[in-house]
Write a protein that binds this ligand. Structure first.
Ligand code: DUC
Ligand code: ZN
Ligand code: ZN
Length: 473
């Protein structure tokens, strides 16, 4: 006899990365156990009434409770960050266990587990950040951690406390190749940024808007090309994170046309913000939108949209890096309006990522629903070894699902669930929002947040299962 489902979601318009079809979804023990028409009854029933149901989002690039130099502090920890994620339809997050220079990588991971334990409302895995590739890290810690399920790491080409030089990048890419890990690269030329910053400061140009002048497209283009070349030398796939515009996209298309496995990620700020959001005058308010790389302009936004549609981009993440605007631990360190060099880089976006792309991408006619699912859930799960458990609607997958509500709604920070005192997208009219979010078959958001702190599970990642990087060039 067929076992009774715990839950049946009736009349769903199921959207996956490959198909959109009508079905009921049966859930048993937190997993999808049935998919078909007229499924048998469940202990609980939820009528989707023909609404679109997608896999829960996988936010593969977000920063939660990452240690900062005092007085700066991230506004979201694993409690508030995963609360916001759930209310925005994201059911898996992959933030970063960041190694400080001189620190053991394993100590960074242990510290990060302590920060997450008992707090997460959704499931989570960790990327590593390698900032100090000592012989012990390269020969022992990194290979062992990869084998234990931390199968991806980020390297920085900028930021004094994190950046690696080219030789160090070659060293860590060699480990990625040996161990089959995914290397994520933040591509901006540190020396060029420093040189430009000093010149701007000497000219008294220290307002937030000059952050974008110090990090022009050229510094991203050069570093992107260099990262590609280093990966080619080692013969290893890489993923360039937070790609902001045309010249970096051109480098990635060039790499692909030469048969190199270069994957790319972009983020909402490169579709919905421009450098003008950092300020048209010297007002400090633009500090709210200071992030790196900085938002560009309308023509670069169009290039990013094209890349989302044509396969250039593999992943759409938030790069949620939450700092409060008021107070002394965020955008105004010690309560001061500081030169742009000292403004913490990052903007919030973990809760708004899916609704922005669904509204303007799917309902705006720029990408298909299948492409949306691929970019926000399926590919991130594949890139970091979590597929098919995450990022899919299939028998055996975790019942992490979003039932979408279509209809206009004005985005207001007061309605969001992060711990940040602003959203860069205040006042924007959205055309859709997650109506219901389920994690493991349990409703965590249905217009009300249903906390499940500590029930979010740590996920051991497998090796990447992405296919060849492929854009129609
Ligand atoms: N840039 C990063 O590289 N990380 C966090 C936020 C940001 O703006
Ligand atoms: Zn980065
Ligand atoms: Zn980041």
């Amino acid at each position: 006899m067929t076992e009774r489902f715990d839950l049946v979601i009736r009349n769903a318009r199921v959207a996956t990365a490959s198909d959109v079809f009508d079905a009921d979804i049966g859930v048993k023990g937190g997993r999808i156990a049935g998919l078909g028409l007229s499924l048998a009854a469940g202990d609980r029933e939820l009528d989707a009434r023909g609404r679109v149901v997608t896999p829960g989002g996988v936010d593969a690039h977000c920063h939660l409770d990452q240690p900062m130099a005092p007085p700066v502090r991230m506004a979201d920890d694993f409690d508030s960050g995963t609360r916001a994620a759930a209310c925005g339809g994201t059911t898996t997050v992959i933030p970063f266990a960041a190694q400080e220079k001189g620190q053991s990588l394993r100590a960074a991971v242990a510290d990060y587990h302590r920060r997450a334990d008992g707090k997460a409302h959704v499931d989570y895995a960790f990327h590593l950040i390698v900032s100090d590739p000592s012989p012990t890290v390269l020969e022992e810690e990194l290979p062992t951690l990869i084998a234990e399920g931390y199968t991806s790491f980020k390297v920085y080409m900028t930021y004094d406390d994190l950046k690696l030089d080219d030789g160090q990048i070659l060293d860590v890419l060699s480990v990625a190749r040996q161990q089959g890990a995914m290397a994520m690269i933040h591509a901006e030329n540190a020396d060029a940024i420093e040189w430009l910053t000093r010149r701007l400061e000497a000219a008294g140009r220290t307002a937030p808007r000059f952050h974008a002048h110090a990090r022009p497209m050229l510094v991203e283009r050069e570093a992107t090309h260099r990262a590609i070349s280093l990966a080619e030398l080692v013969d290893v796939p890489i993923l360039i994170v937070h790609v902001s515009g045309k010249e970096a996209v051109e480098q990635i298309r060039w790499a692909r046309s030469h048969g190199l496995r270069v994957y790319a990620e972009t983020c909402p700020q490169y579709l919905f913000l421009t450098a003008e959001d950092l300020g048209l005058d010297d007002s400090y308010k633009g500090a709210r939108c200071v992030c790196s790389p900085p938002p560009r302009d309308a023509s670069n936004q169009r290039v990013i949209w094209d890349g989302l549609n044509d396969g250039l981009f593999t992943i759409f993440s938030s790069d949620h890096a939450p700092f409060r605007y008021e107070g002394d631990d965020g955008k105004k360190p010690a309560g001061q309006e500081v030169p742009f060099r000292h403004i913490p880089n990052g903007i919030p976006g973990i809760e708004t990522r899916l609704a922005l792309l669904y509204s303007e991408g799917v309902l705006g006619g720029r990408i298909t629903l299948e492409k949306f699912v691929e970019l926000v859930a399926t590919n991130p799960a594949k890139a970091y070894g979590l597929h098919p458990r995450k990022g899919s609607i299939a028998i055996g997958a975790d019942a992490d699902l979003v039932v979408w509500d279509e209809g206009e709604r004005v985005l207001r920070n007061q309605d969001l669930h992060h711990n940040v005192d602003y959203t860069p997208y205040e006042g924007r009219v959205l055309r859709a929002w997650p109506g219901i979010t389920l994690v493991g078959g349990e409703v965590v958001w249905d217009g009300q947040f249903h906390p499940r702190a500590g029930q979010g599970r740590f996920l051991v990642c497998g090796k990447p299962t992405l296919g060849p990087a492929g854009a129609r060039t």
